[in-house]
Design a protein around this ligand. Structure first.
Ligand SMILES: [Zn+2]
Length: 218
């Protein structure tokens, strides 16, 4: 963040509570005041630290609600229909997960259910729990800071998006053998990928932490 003093200057007089560290290179900065629409990048490694947006909280909540609805659609509606020699077989994500629920494949089934359905939904709920009351102008809910920490920790593990890439590859392979019809769940997943990227873009962890702290979240 170019307008702050260099880290060395700031240590002697630093008020430790307003120091923030770059998550990539650990350079310390004073929490800067950046106008809405501006960007604060690390002076050393150029990692984007904060990018305040007007109504960011409301937008995050709306995107998270949209993502939750898409997620439920994606899981419960047919993902694709395979037709070959007059036979039709529909498959939803739940069918796919249950297909591996015997014997040695059980761990695979549990891992799929966890990574594709349970973790992303848990993360969305944690984000909504932490942010929705503040977006509506209330005090943070009890345990909001804890919920947001869970959401941050789950981020690398919520892989609904990776599933769609895997499925796209499989579709190309199977496409030659049978007629495939893409179901509504496929499009819900595709939209989910876009919404997730938008939401994570709007969601500056640093600003949410500061807001939670300022409003006395526990
Ligand atoms: Zn940095």
């Amino acid at each position: 963040m170019e307008q702050t003093q260099t880290p060395q200057d700031s240590f002697a007089t630093a008020d430790l509570t307003d120091l923030v560290a770059c998550p990539v290179c650990d350079t310390l900065y004073h929490f800067p005041s950046i106008p809405s629409g501006g960007q604060g990048r690390c002076a050393r490694c150029h990692h984007l630290l904060i990018a305040p947006r007007a109504n960011a909280m409301t937008r995050i909540v709306m995107l998270a609600v949209t993502a939750t609805i898409l997620m439920i659609t994606a899981v419960s509606f047919p993902f694709l229909t395979i037709s070959t020699h007059g036979l039709n077989q529909q498959a939803s994500v739940i069918d796919t997960i249950l297909a591996y629920s015997d014997g040695l494949m059980v761990p695979l089934s549990l891992a799929m259910a966890g990574l594709i359905v349970v973790l992303p939904l848990t993360r969305l709920s944690a984000i909504l729990y932490a942010i929705a009351p503040m977006a509506l102008g209330h005090r943070p809910a009890r345990g909001a800071a804890h919920a947001f920490r869970v959401a941050e920790q789950l981020k690398p593990w919520a892989m609904a998006e990776v599933f769609i890439v895997g499925v796209a590859v499989a579709l190309v392979k199977v496409g030659g053998l049978a007629t495939l019809t893409i179901g509504p769940a496929f499009w819900a997943f595709a939209a989910l990928v876009v919404i997730t990227v938008l939401k994570d873009n709007f969601m500056s962890s640093l600003i949410i932490w500061k807001t939670l702290e300022a409003r006395g979240a526990t």
